[in-house]
Ligand binder design. Structure first.
Ligand code: NAP
Length: 290
């Protein structure tokens, strides 16, 4: 059996096109959705993510209010900026790109973002509302995974899901979301303290790997016909590439694709969906704030 490779890039494009149509309609009513993306410092991965977000905003016809601050920006300075963006009626969403420089307390900054503009879904108010199933902005990566599963018609109802990783931005929220009655999956969340990760994976209908280590999920851990969603983005040295590296996920893609029914590639799998769902959340934020 050879797996269907889920075209996250193509699905993300179609999500962005849907958003663009709705933005056109909203603009006719006089509202132009606007996202403020705040980047502090020069972390190369962050610079590249922010560039991707700006490109997607432009494609969707939304206003890109990118703010690039120097590494030396103080915590107080960043808090003041967030405060002014909270008060700016023309800004509907605020995203502060993480990680922040070490001298800035990330929690303080996240806590300062007005929940109604928290399109990343990281503030405690949004996380709490997600947990108890109330209206909220879903964090973009888990939101993107759910959208991929829906668009590929991959059933979650009654299925066993193994999530590897328990981060606040991927592992925990995707576990909570898939456990909701509407998705009805039975989820096991694994981490470095889990004793029998391989066995749990072998029994899973869906594996979601968000670990950040290449080769964490091997073919022998995957049941025939399972779905494998690889969230990991790892840079590994590659002298054949101009930039000296290539991106791989957390799963042994080549071997697993001979066993699984569906698998996401890295790149062009979950990554583009994360940005697409940010566009969806920004549109939603603009609508809610009219
Ligand atoms: P993270 O904060 O980097 O934490 C990694 C998690 O993996 C931790 O919970 C850790 O467990 C767990 N872990 C480590 N080794 C493990 C193993 N062998 N088995 C099971 N769990 C293991 O997580 P993250 O921020 O979610 O990032 C994970 C990966 O996803 C990274 O490569 C990141 O770049 C990528 N990512 C991609 C996107 C995207 O849009 N494609 C978005 C976000 C993140 P402990 O808690 O016990 O340490």
């Amino acid at each position: 059996m050879s797996a269907e490779i889920i075209d996250g890039f193509g699905i993300a494009k179609s999500v962005r096109e849907d958003v663009a149509k709705q933005v056109t309609e909203l603009k006719r009513k006089g509202v132009a959705p606007c996202l403020a993306v705040v980047l502090v410092g020069e972390n190369p991965a962050s610079v590249s993510y922010v560039r991707g977000k700006a490109k997607a905003l432009n494609e969707c016809g939304m206003i890109d209010k990118s703010i690039h601050l120097p590494e030396s920006t103080t915590e107080e300075g960043l808090l003041q900026l967030v405060d002014s963006l909270n008060k700016d009626e023309n800004v509907h969403g605020i995203l502060v790109q993480l990680p922040l420089p070490k001298h800035i307390n990330e929690n303080k900054i996240i806590d300062a973002i007005a929940p109604k503009k928290d399109v990343d879904g990281f503030t405690p108010v949004n996380v709490g509302n997600m947990l108890i199933g109330r209206d909220c902005y879903l964090p973009c990566t888990p939101h993107g995974i759910i959208e991929l599963l829906k668009r590929k018609n991959i059933q979650t109802n009654g299925k066993s899901v193994c999530v590897l990783g328990r981060s606040n931005i991927v592992g925990k929220p995707i576990s909570i979301l898939l456990s909701r009655k509407e998705y009805n999956a039975t989820v096991t969340m694994c981490h470095t303290g889990t004793q029998n990760t391989a066995e749990i994976c072998q029994n899973a209908d869906i594996i979601i790997a968000a670990v950040g280590r290449p080769g964490t999920v091997t073919a022998d851990m995957v049941k025939d016909g399972a779905t494998v969603i690889d969230v990991g983005v790892n840079r590994i040295p590659d002298t054949t590439k101009k930039n000296g590296f290539r991106l791989v996920g957390d799963c042994d893609f080549e071997a697993i694709k001979e066993k699984a029914a569906f698998i996401t590639p890295v790149p062009r799998g979950v990554g583009p969906m994360t940005i697409a769902m940010l566009m969806v959340n920004t549109l939603d934020a603009a609508r809610k704030q009219i």
